[in-house]
Design a protein around this ligand. Structure first.
Ligand code: UDX
Length: 466
């Protein structure tokens, strides 16, 4: 493995309107396709066009392609609509459902389709990756690089290399590389334009050169580049997400100990965070992690390790998952305790549906899990979320949805904060106290000031705090 940090003086990230590659005079910029235009792919396509590349976004969903092509981002991501408009205006970004067009157009093809959890198993469902790669391969008639960005079980890239070279008319002239993506929803634009690092899993100097050309403006900003083999590149992503999930579950396990002893997990976390070796990021206790990545990635990693006969090495990830799930159950218990032990007929206001703030993503959202469990236990639950209401309503029509926090809280017996949106953090406890039936709040995200809420007459409860 080589760790190389490009040192160039040009730190501009502005669009490059020339026909030559940044930093490589005379070399034409590779033309990029991005297959799969969800959170990851749409962001990648848009940002690459803004950076100066000719980009073709490809998806099997004609509705998504139509919306993106007409300037509308089909999900909530701060900053992305403005960049989409800029990219479309530049004439460098187009969208299509036609794989033949993609094959003819692209020099470097990025595979950005989803790898959700399989139904009834912890394994990753690779059907979208397999189908995207197969569809594309049939239209590759010249030397090209196919780059996987999706999160996959280690060993997938080797299998896909065989698949793509078998199906492509260009045969072994088509190479495969792996370039895992670490973007966070809510910060997707910044994470794409200014990543912490780039990881290139490659099998030849040519593939590395193509990837460097495809990321030249990003590399020019002194972004560290780790060049490694395919398997290591695949593993980097699941190892990173497993570490982050473990850190969150570690502090949430400490919260369980605090609950049993009367200690305060927020003070504990703060004290730990001043140790540089530990650090405060991803050490925020509360309702735990959700979303389209962390939960399914740790399960798929466990599953893959067990397949490889090394399940014991990551057996702790099962516990990480279990701790995370217990936080949801414990939040429900706190609400039940506040209403005197019986949830039936209790009116509960759930602040938040998205798996985290600044996102409309409800995949494995702790907030909705809690809201549904409360409802199933007999409570009448009204959910409010600044961005995720429509997605939540479609998935869980049995819940009631409110237009805003104050309306939703009117007449409530308990308010429970489940996603720490800024507008919820800033709620005035006096104003909300005037509309509820009982001033009782469960702060599932340690997002509120207990002293302020208690001073306004609220009974305040939070996970891991006395
Ligand atoms: C994550 C990884 O961070 C990213 O690198 C990867 O590419 C995809 O998965 P994302 O799913 O967007 O990104 O969310 P992230 O910001 O990592 O948060 C994940 C979950 O952990 C959220 O539900 C969040 O509320 C929770 N969390 C995070 C905590 O409970 N405590 C923390 O301290 C941090």
């Amino acid at each position: 493995m080589t760790l190389a940090t490009a040192k160039r003086t040009d730190t501009s990230l502005g669009p490059d309107d020339s026909t030559t590659g940044p930093g490589t005079p005379g070399t034409p910029l590779p033309r990029l396709t991005v297959i799969g235009t969800g959170y990851l792919g749409a962001t990648h396509a848009i940002c690459m066009a803004v950076l100066g590349y000719e980009v073709l976004g490809v998806d099997v969903d004609p509705d998504k392609i139509e919306r993106l092509g007409s300037g509308s981002v089909p999900f909530f991501e701060p900053g992305l609509p403005e960049l989409l408009a800029k990219a479309l205006d530049s004439g460098r970004l187009r969208f299509t459902t036609d794989f033949a067009e993609a094959g003819a157009f692209g020099d470097v093809h990025f595979i950005c389709v989803g790898t959700p959890q399989q139904q009834g198993s912890d394994a990753a469902d690779l059907r979208y990756v397999d189908s995207a790669v197969s569809e594309l391969a049939r239209h590759l008639y010249r030397r090209t690089l196919v780059v996987g960005k999706s999160t996959v079980p280690v060993g997938t890239a080797t299998r896909l290399t065989e698949l793509v070279q078998r199906l492509a008319p260009a045969g072994t002239d088509v190479e495969l590389a792996w370039n895992p993506e670490f973007l966070r929803e809510g910060y997707a634009v910044d994470d794409t334009l200014h990543p912490d690092r780039l990881v290139f899993g490659t099998e030849s100097a040519w593939a590395e050169e193509r990837l460097r050309a495809a990321f030249a403006p990003v590399i020019a900003r002194d972004t560290p580049v780790v060049v490694t083999d395919l398997k290591t590149a695949e593993l980097v992503k699941v190892a990173a997400n497993s570490f982050l999930a473990t850190k969150i579950s570690y502090i949430n396990a400490m919260a369980e100990i605090c609950e049993a002893t009367g200690a305060d997990v927020t003070g504990l976390a703060e004290a730990l965070s001043y140790d540089d070796r530990i650090g405060g990021r991803f050490l925020k206790p509360g309702l735990g992690f959700g979303g389209g990545c962390l939960p399914k990635d740790i399960r798929a990693f466990s599953h893959r390790a067990e397949e490889l006969g090394v399940g014991q090495a990551v057996a702790f990830l099962r516990e990480v998952d279990a701790i995370n799930k217990r936080r949801r159950a414990r939040t429900v218990d706190l609400v039940r305790e506040l209403v005197g032990g019986d949830l039936s007929g209790a009116r509960v206001t759930a602040l938040g549906a998205a798996f985290k703030p600044n996102s409309d993503d409800i995949r494995d959202a702790p907030a909705l899990d809690v809201a549904r469990t409360l409802q199933q236990a007999g409570a009448s639950v009204t959910v409010v979320d600044p961005a995720a209401t429509e997605n939540a309503r479609r998935a869980f029509p049995e819940l009631t949805y409110g237009p805003d926090a104050m309306t939703a809280a009117t007449g409530a017996d308990v308010v429970v904060l489940l996603t720490e949106w800024t507008q919820f953090r800033e709620i005035d406890p006096h104003a909300m106290g005037a509309v509820v039936t009982h001033r009782r709040i469960v702060d599932g995200r340690h997002a509120l000031d207990p002293a302020q809420w208690r001073a306004a007459g609220w009974e305040y409860r939070a996970l891991g705090r006395p």
